[in-house]
Design a protein around this ligand. Structure first.
Ligand SMILES: Nc1ncnc2c1ncn2[C@@H]1O[C@H](COP(=O)(O)OP(=O)(O)OP(=O)(O)O)[C@@H](O)[C@H]1O
Ligand SMILES: *[C@@H]1O[C@H](CO)[C@@H](O)[C@H](O)[C@H]1NC(C)=O
Ligand SMILES: [Mg+2]
Length: 319
């Protein structure tokens, strides 16, 4: 054989071995896992997520530990709690961009919103949601073990639906031949927000530094349970109770203060290439704060900052 032929054969060998399709899709697939770098992840959290020292620390530890474990015993299950607009959904994007090449756009990231995906509470629809959701999770994990599932508005989900996915979250070696140990499940909810807010408020009233707030797991569980006991509204409470003992980490998100809102405005400004500290301060000041007298925490967190900001900047300034 001429050396050219050997060379061609050498080139073709992997194609023959892995199958033409797999070979080419492997070559061009840019929707894979990133090599996980916990230092990068730490930097990203520090740079992007404001005022959430407890959540940052817990998420960094939980996700890094899980991603570095070549053989995790069970899927990672996180439950994020706190008021609106404080970074719960946002942090799922940060997690995704540190795990997948395509970040939150990755086809391995699946987001389900209770009111959008499972709007009906009737028996028949619920049964349909259950079987469909189970199929999706099973199907996606079997083709990509490191799939991520995000459930938004968990408190509005039918408790039965949570019940039906319980086996996936547990220490189960296999379900119909598929292992779920590398999957990530993240539940987002406002459940327990009043407990968290009061906790932060008490801290503030005692004149203590916010960054010193520590909420341990038991306290956090108490805060969430407290909410369940106070608001005994049907599904809400039960769903919380149900996934309580399936989650690995309950993660509190604190209400945001003026300085954090200001940081959000600045981040938004820098993405538009217009930085102006005075404007940032003005925009942050325009948000509403509670409680009525003290006005410490932003009612909407950092939500709708961009819209507020647009009223203050001249479009000609945007490069
Ligand atoms: N802690 C934060 N640090 C930096 N940016 C933030 C933070 N909180 C919120 N933001 C900004 O505000 C936007 C809205 O926040 P996000 O969607 O994460 O709120 P949420 O906590 O999920 O609220 P909800 O409970 O209403 O869903 C984010 O996209 C982000 O740009
Ligand atoms: C994966 O999940 C998506 C929903 O996010 C669904 O549309 C798709 O059918 C699922 N894939 C499989 C193989 O089940
Ligand atoms: Mg959200």
């Amino acid at each position: 054989m001429k050396s050219v032929e050997i060379f061609v054969l050498f080139l073709l060998l992997p194609i023959v071995e892995t199958g033409v399709f797999d070979f080419f899709s492997g070559l061009f697939d840019n929707d894979k896992l990133l090599p996980f770098d916990s230092e990068e992840f730490k930097k990203d959290l520090r740079k992007s997520l404001y005022g959430q020292h407890i959540a940052s620390k817990k998420i960094l530890k939980a996700v890094s530990g899980f991603m570095k474990d070549p053989n995790p015993p069970k899927p990672l299950v996180l439950s994020l709690h706190g008021p609106s607009g404080v970074g719960k959904t946002y942090v799922t994007k940060i997690i995704a961009r540190n795990i997948y090449q395509m970040g939150q756009e990755s086809k391995h990231v699946h987001t389900f919103s209770a009111t959008y995906h499972f709007p009906h509470k009737k028996q028949m629809e619920s049964a349909m949601y259950e079987s469909q959701l189970k199929q999706w999770i099973h199907g996606n994990v079997s083709s990509f073990p490191h799939s991520m599932f995000i459930f938004d508005e968990t408190e509005k989900m039918n408790p039965q639906l949570i019940e039906s996915i319980k086996p996936f979250l547990d220490y189960m070696p296999h379900i119909d031949g598929v292992s779920f140990r590398k999957a990530i499940f993240i539940f987002l909810s406002n459940a327990g927000q009043n407990g968290i807010i009061n906790f932060a408020l008490d801290f503030w009233k005692k004149g203590k530094v916010r960054e010193e707030i520590q909420i341990n797991t038991e306290e956090m569980e108490m805060l969430v349970y407290e909410h369940i006991l106070i608001e005994k509204s049907s599904g809400d409470s039960q769903s919380c109770l149900l996934y309580q003992h399936l989650v690995d980490h309950i993660i509190p998100f604190l209400p945001l203060e003026l300085r954090h809102v200001q940081a959000c405005v600045l981040a938004e400004m820098s993405s538009l290439n217009v930085i102006d500290l005075d404007v940032a301060h003005t925009v942050a000041k325009e948000m509403s704060y509670y409680p009525p007298e003290e006005k410490i925490f932003s009612v909407r967190g950092c939500k709708s900052i961009r819209q507020k900001l647009m009223l203050h900047i001249d479009e000609r300034d945007i490069i």
